[in-house]
Design a protein around this ligand. Structure first.
Ligand code: TXE
Length: 489
């Protein structure tokens, strides 16, 4: 069955291109999919434009749009196993993690479904006196280009698709060329839920051939992108000539600050989870451990001992605790960051190489790695390696902890571990990050905004602000008793 979805019809790529998708855990062929190009992107944009300018979706009452999103949530739950399996085969991640993701994804659709169904975000403004009806209404932005990455393929897509549809937009989705399958399944669910043709369009393909044309085209009103910083900068520049709205989530280099009075066992456990879950391919990964000098030796010894025991494996290995990296190129990049860190004086405490287990030789695995005695000037400390690599720095006192934590161009997330609630609040208040956890790491809820300060991005996803990204405010002023003003007399 063809995999591009344009104007409500499944189709192959105009130029007949295809791509092999292989599982990163063992290199097995998952499928051969259609690979679109600029002509397919243009056709999808024409369909999305037509559906926005003349189709029923933007004018569908918000409550009805909300009900459709709730039906999508129910379909995602009905087909959870198929979605989770597809996600695991594309990404190599453990099936159980893909299943957690599916729960989050259904919740995301449900949250925005209820938000839309609740309606009523417009307001009456009574600033101009009794003869004026003045109200502000929120309308869809228009045609959205949604460009998503490979680490949480459907989750990142849901964070964009659900609010975009809740607000009444139409869209063209371009998932990562490495992980297309759950996007295909989502188009089927949207269709089954009753979304009108043209409101949702899907073009598979590379960033250069499909993503870039979408970011340049005048028919696109908004680009929402999650991915790497370098690509985010390119997209911002590409969107400038036509002054598109942009929303960018560009990752982070997130500090995990552990004070000497932290609950030791929980702090070690979460420090491991913070950085090694999904082998570090998480935008909010706690990749920089900042540990109180007093606690350093005991904490890092215990952490390293536990990191050595982490079992790697493919999606269906029930004993495995984390999986492979997405590609050979990505693993080479992670290895290069580790090598640079060692050159610059970091001390390797564990990992630092692919595993030697012959059962893992066909996958892109890399051992959980801890680099001790790191300093802020090392590239492995300030760049996002996006792999299972933890750098450790020591601090003495609250001020130094905060200074080190904020010494980054990123500002997505961070955590502080202490049993002193005053200190926890003070440090949380001083961290320049869009999300701060106190005595925790990684949780989020669709009700709360997610996004980055500084170069971690522009705008917010989730929460009421996540819906607002996809809306334009319009002020409508009605003079109920117009009388001549004689301005020019
Ligand atoms: O991402 P890209 P890559 C970070 C992480 C990783 C690095 C590079 O550090 O090592 O980015 O990963 C599409 N116009 N993150 O190269 O290029 C591309 O096809 C329009 C953080 O895989 O950012 C894909 O769909 N689109 C991150 C999407 O952009 C373009 C998640 C993401 O790919 C394009 C992933 C262009 N010119 C990587 N070029 C996070 N924030 O969670 C590429 N694309």
């Amino acid at each position: 069955m063809p995999e591009l979805f344009i104007g409500g019809r499944w189709t192959t790529a105009v130029d007949g291109q295809v791509r092999e998708i292989r599982c990163p855990a063992d290199g097995t062929l998952v499928a051969v999919v259609d690979e679109g190009g600029p002509k397919d992107a243009a056709a999808a944009l024409a369909a999305a434009r037509e559906a926005f300018d003349r189709g029923p979706w933007p004018a569908t009452p918000p409550a009805e749009r909300g009900r459709l999103l709730l039906r999508v949530a129910a379909l995602l739950e009905r087909d959870k196993d198929a979605f989770a399996r597809a996600e695991s085969l594309d990404t190599g991640k453990r099936l159980v993690e893909s299943a957690y993701d599916m729960d989050d994804i259904a919740n995301c659709f449900r949250y925005f479904g209820h938000l839309a169904a609740g309606g009523g975000s417009g307001r009456v403004v009574d600033a101009a006196g009794p003869k004026i009806d003045s109200r502000v209404v929120y309308e869809p932005v228009g045609v959205c280009a949604l460009i998503t990455p490979w680490n949480y393929p459907l989750l990142q897509t849901a964070w964009k698709v659900a609010p975009a549809l809740a607000a009444g937009n139409t869209f063209v989705l371009k998932p990562s060329e490495l992980t297309p399958h759950t996007a295909v399944l989502l188009m089927r669910a949207l269709t089954e839920a009753g979304l009108p043709p043209g409101a949702a369009n899907l073009v598979l393909g590379t960033g250069a051939a499909v993503g870039a044309p979408l970011t340049e085209d005048v028919r696109v009103d908004l680009v929402s992108f999650t991915g790497g910083l370098a690509t985010g900068r390119r997209i911002m520049a590409a969107a400038a000539p036509t002054v598109k709205k942009i929303a960018l989530e560009l990752g982070g280099k997130n500090p995990n600050i552990v004070f000497a009075d932290a609950a030791f066992d929980a702090a070690v456990d979460y420090a491991l989870m913070a950085v090694f879950v999904h082998s570090g391919q998480v935008c909010s990964a706690g990749a920089r451990l900042l540990v109180d000098n007093e606690l350093h030796d005991a904490f890092v010894d215990e952490l390293v001992a536990r990191a050595r025991r982490i079992r790697l494996g493919g999606p269906f290995d029930e004993e495995a605790r984390t999986g492979p990296l997405i590609s050979a190129e990505h693993r080479a990049k992670v290895a290069a960051y580790v090598a640079a860190g060692l050159d610059e004086g970091a001390v390797l405490r564990c990992g630092g190489a692919p595993p030697d287990d012959p059962a893992l030789k066909d996958g892109f695995f890399y051992l959980p790695t801890v680099l001790d005695d790191c300093t802020p000037n090392m590239s492995v400390v300030h760049d996002e390696s996006f792999g299972p690599v933890l750098t450790v720095e020591r601090f003495r006192g609250e001020n130094e902890a905060v200074a080190l934590a904020n010494d980054t161009i990123y500002g997505l997330a961070g955590a502080v571990w202490t049993q002193d609630s005053g200190r926890a609040r003070r440090v949380a208040g001083r961290l320049r990050a869009g999300t701060v956890w106190i005595n925790d790491f990684h949780p989020y809820v669709p009700q709360a905004e997610w996004g980055g300060m500084k170069q971690s991005g522009v705008g917010r996803e989730l929460g009421p602000a996540g819906l607002a990204e996809y809306q334009e405010a319009k002020h409508i002023w009605r003079n109920t008793e117009p009388v001549p003003q004689r301005w020019f007399e």
